[in-house]
Write a protein that binds this ligand. Structure first.
Ligand code: PMP
Length: 351
């Protein structure tokens, strides 16, 4: 069949997502979902959706949702773009904002979707190795008239840069678009959203998939200068002019407005992260300093692939990559207290 494909599609190496087994008994700690349900206001909103709002096309510009997001950041609606998960927002950014005469820079250990989008949209890129301790070699990110994208915190290490470092990155790249992918920013890291009014070349991308427990709803957003937001909107309108369905727009708005519930969930996740890290250290693991809703850890005496397989056999799913430098690490999402207990029970048996 391959002769029917174009050469480009045939050569693509697609992104491989973490597995999504539909088995309720599993302790699923492999894709950094929130272990708690979404805000009760989200569930109420979905139940109250009118038949009219399903019969009609949704608002193509997601105005009410964008206003709600803007209000939480002290920004205007013209600073906000929304899409089906931050993956779609990022894909639009790769396609419309990050292709320049000089390469796009990103770390060599990072979100593995970035090289896929480069391939898909024909972008030239240059990866910059993380330092020995997995920190970002900030001085090396000088893109000239190109572009930069980094996740903060980085994935899958969970390590975050402070706002002063993001400022340095922006100051040393005045002519490049700088994208900060903040999928995991709500667990202790500082958001670059505060810098949006100051830097016209900054795009901050966030998601409702993690800290708002809405991975299944598919809502993400970008914050930036109106010129960048207009660029994304042009890509959207050339691709799918109704990015978010009516249910997603209404439910996402309810989630964004329930700030108390959001705070409660993320505080709980951070508390569990601290206690999990302490026990992992006691068990002899090296644990990277995480500011995300997962930890990245290795045991100097136990092979990570074997630990991964042993956990899996007992119904505990974490993430492991057969990639240079990180093949001895496990990435473990922060679960509920009970899931964390189960994880530690099985790990203790395996060691
Ligand atoms: N950025 C990073 C760094 C991620 O790990 C993820 C989750 N896989 C995303 C973006 C995309 O998340 P979503 O599309 O669910 O918003």
């Amino acid at each position: 069949m391959s002769r029917f494909w174009s050469k480009i599609t045939h050569a693509l190496t697609p992104y491989v997502p973490g597995e999504q087994p539909q088995h309720a008994q599993l302790v699923k700690l492999n894709t950094n979902e929130c272990p708690y349900p979404p805000s009760p206001r989200v569930m109420d909103t979905i139940q109250a959706i009118s038949d009219d709002s399903l019969r009609r096309y949704p608002d193509p510009s997601s105005v009410a949702l964008r206003e709600a997001i803007a209000a939480t950041r002290g920004l205007g609606i013209e600073n906000v773009f929304v899409g089906n998960g931050s993956d779609e927002v990022l894909a639009h950014a790769f396609q419309g904002l990050l292709a320049h005469e000089e390469p796009l820079l990103f770390p060599d250990i990072t979100y593995s979707f970035y090289p896929v989008w480069c391939q898909l949209y024909g972008l030239t890129s240059r990866t910059i190795p993380l330092a020995e301790d997995f920190s970002l070699a900030l001085d090396e990110y000088r893109a000239g008239r190109g572009a930069v994208i980094i996740p903060n915190p980085n994935a899958p290490t969970g390590m975050a840069l402070p706002l002063t470092s993001i400022r340095q990155l922006l100051d040393q790249n005045p002519d490049a678009v700088v994208v900060i992918d903040e999928a995991y920013v709500d667990y202790g890291a500082e958001s670059a959203a505060a810098l949006v009014p100051e830097y016209e070349n900054l795009l901050v991308v966030q998601t409702l998939s993690k800290s708002r427990a809405l991975a299944g709803l598919r809502v993400g957003f970008a914050l930036g200068n109106p010129a960048l937001i207009q660029g994304l909107t042009r890509v959207k309108d050339s691709f799918n002019s109704y990015p978010l369905d009516a249910v997603a727009q209404a439910a996402a708005r309810a989630a964004v407005e329930d700030v108390d519930y959001f705070d409660e969930c993320r505080q709980q996740v951070m508390a569990t992260r601290t206690s999990l890290s302490e026990v992992l250290l006691e068990l002899g693991f090296d644990v990277l300093p995480s500011q995300a809703n997962f930890v990245f850890a290795r045991h100097p005496e136990h092979d990570a692939a074997k630990l991964f397989a042993g956990l899996r056999q007992q119904g505990v799913i974490v993430r492991h990559w057969n990639k240079p430098r990180i093949d001895q690490y496990l990435r473990i999402s922060i679960g509920t207290e009970a899931q964390t207990q189960r994880l530690l029970e099985v790990l203790t048996q395996l060691l």
